[in-house]
Design a protein around this ligand. Structure first.
Ligand SMILES: Cc1ncc(COP(=O)(O)O)c(C=O)c1O
Length: 420
C-alpha cells in the first residue's frame, strides 16, 4: 500500500451499471451526469419500504439536492429532510411545491446542529418538523416555534457503529445530539417535556440493518419510560437501503415492529441511498508524465481536470478511493491481463489533491475521458454548498481608517442556481 492509498475506505459503488453506455465525449468536462432511470429505480425501492412498513421516507437534501429531480423525488417519497434555512427554502420551492401540484402530502423536516435566531421565523414557516440538537436550543427556541410545527430532539444514543470517527456522531466528544444520559432532564422538566413530540437519531453511515437494530437496542432502555410523550421517532440516515445486498424485508419488519411497540410514526431519512450509483463524474486527461523511479508504485502521473479537493472532497476527507469506470479489475490482473498503474490527481496546487492509483489497460492520452462512479450524492453537493451552509461574505477593511466595504454577499438564489 502506498502513502496515497493507505487507510482508505472501500468504495461503495456496485459498478458502472448503465453508465457503460454513456458516450463520455458527449458532455463537457468536468461534468456530473445523473441517470434518471437509476434514480427512479432507487426511489421505487425506498417507496416500497415506506408502503410496506408504514414508515415515512424522507430524502436527505444534504446528500442529493439536484432539484431538477424534485418532481421525481416527490412522486415517490413522503418528504425531504433539510439542514437549515437554505435547504428548507429549496425544499419548499421545488419539492413540496411539485408534490402539492399533484395534491400529495409532503413533509419538510429541518435539523441543524445550531440555528441562528434570525432564521427561526422562516424555518418554522417552511418546516413540518424542527429538530433541536440540545435541551439548551429547545429551551431557547421551543416556545417560538411550537405553534407552527412539531418539535423533535436529536439524541446521541452513545452507541458506536461507525467505522471511522469522522463519520461517527457517537464518537467521544461528538457535538451531534443530546447524550441519552440527559433524557430525564428533558422529560422530567414539564416546560421542556411539553415541547417535545419526537426523537431523532442519526448514527449510521452506509450501513446495513444490523447496526440499526443494535442502535435501537442500546437506545430503548433509556427511551422506553418516555414513549408516552412521543408522537414520532426519526431514525435519520445512513441506511444503505438501495444497495443490492441490503436486508430490505428485515428493515420493513423492524420498522413495523418499532411503530407497534412505541405507538409512534416512524421516519427514516436516507440520502446516499436515494442517489446510490445514479451518477458519475466525467473528467478529462490534461497531462501524462512518467518518472517511475520517483513513484512508489512506478505509476504514470495523470493530471485530470477533476480535482479531489474541489469536486470530490470526500476522497480526501474520508479518505476513500472512488471507483473508476473501465479499471482493469484485480481478478483480470491476476489472470495475466496487461495493465499499467496510473496515479490520478487534480489540476490544483494542493500536493494532496490526489484521487488514487488505478490499473489501466493502456497509458492514457491527453484528451481521453474518464468517469468516476457513484458521484451523484455528496460529491455534487459538496462541490457547491454543503448542507446549504451559506458562503461567507467578502469585506474590504482598512486598518488605518477603519473604513469597511462589503464587497460581496452570496444570496440564497446563488445557492439555488448552482444545484441545477
Ligand atoms: C441528520 C442526518 N440525516 C440524514 C442524513 C443522510 O445520511 P445518508 O446520506 O448517509 O443516508 C445525514 C447525513 O449526514 C444526517 O446528518
Amino acid at each position: 500500500m502506498d502513502a496515497v492509498n493507505e487507510n482508505v475506505l472501500p468504495t461503495q459503488s456496485f459498478g458502472p451499471g448503465s453508465f457503460t453506455k454513456l458516450d463520455l465525449q458527449q458532455v463537457p468536462s468536468p461534468c456530473f451526469v445523473v441517470d434518471e432511470v437509476k434514480l427512479r429505480a432507487n426511489l421505487e425501492l425506498l417507496a416500497e419500504v415506506g408502503r410496506a412498513s408504514g414508515a415515512k421516507v424522507l430524502s436527505a437534501l444534504k446528500a442529493f439536492s439536484m432539484w431538477r429531480f424534485a418532481p421525481l423525488v416527490s412522486e415517490y417519497l413522503d418528504g425531504v429532510c433539510t439542514s437549515g434555512l437554505w435547504e428548507a427554502r429549496l425544499a419548499q420551492k421545488h419539492y413540496q411545491a411539485s408534490a402539492q401540484a399533484s395534491a400529495k402530502n409532503f413533509e419538510i423536516t429541518t435539523y441543524c446542529a445550531a440555528y441562528k435566531a434570525q432564521d427561526m421565523e422562516e424555518i418554522k414557516q417552511l418546516s413540518e418538523h424542527i429538530i433541536f440538537n440540545s435541551p439548551e436550543a429547545l429551551q431557547r427556541f421551543g416556545t417560538q416555534v411550537k405553534n407552527s410545527c412539531s418539535i423533535g430532539l436529536r439524541l446521541n444514543p452513545l452507541h458506536r457503529e461507525g467505522l471511522v470517527a469522522k463519520y461517527d456522531p457517537c464518537a467521544p466528544g461528538s457535538r451531534l445530539g443530546t447524550p441519552v444520559t440527559r433524557l430525564a432532564e428533558v422529560f422530567e422538566t414539564p416546560e421542556l417535556a411539553q415541547l417535545v413530540d419526537g426523537i431523532h437519531i442519526h448514527t449510521l453511515c452506509e450501513q446495513d440493518l444490523l447496526p440499526l437494530i443494535r442502535t435501537w437496542q442500546a437506545l430503548k432502555p433509556h427511551l422506553s419510560p418516555y414513549f408516552k410523550h412521543l408522537k414520532w421517532i426519526n431514525l435519520g440516515g445512513g441506511h444503505h437501503i438501495t444497495r443490492p445486498d441490503y436486508d430490505r424485508s428485515g428493515l420493513i419488519r423492524f420498522l413495523k415492529d418499532l411503530a407497534q411497540e412505541t405507538e409512534c410514526q416512524i421516519y427514516i431519512e436516507p440520502g446516499e441511498a436515494v442517489a446510490l450509483d445514479a451518477g458519475v463524474l466525467v473528467g478529462e486527461v490534461l497531462d501524462v508524465t512518467y518518472t517511475p523511479e520517483h513513484d512508489p508504485k512506478g505509476a504514470y502521473q495523470v493530471i485530470l481536470d477533476i480535482s479531489a479537493t474541489c469536486h470530490m472532497p470526500d476522497v480526501i476527507e474520508a479518505p476513500y478511493r472512488p471507483a473508476l469506470m473501465h479499471e482493469v479489475s484485480a481478478e483480470a490482473r491476476q489472470a495475466g491481463e496487461a495493465f499499467i498503474w496510473a496515479r490520478f490527481g487534480g489540476p490544483s496546487c494542493l500536493a494532496g489533491d490526489q484521487i488514487g492509483v488505478y490499473a489501466l489497460a493502456q497509458v492514457p492520452n491527453i484528451g481521453d475521458r474518464v468517469a468516476f462512479l457513484d458521484q451523484a450524492h455528496y460529491s455534487m453537493v459538496k462541490t457547491n454548498t454543503f448542507n446549504g451552509v451559506p458562503l461567507p461574505s467578502i469585506a474590504l477593511w482598512s486598518s488605518q481608517t477603519q473604513e469597511l466595504e462589503l464587497v460581496k454577499s452570496f444570496t440564497w438564489e446563488s445557492f439555488e442556481e448552482r444545484l441545477s
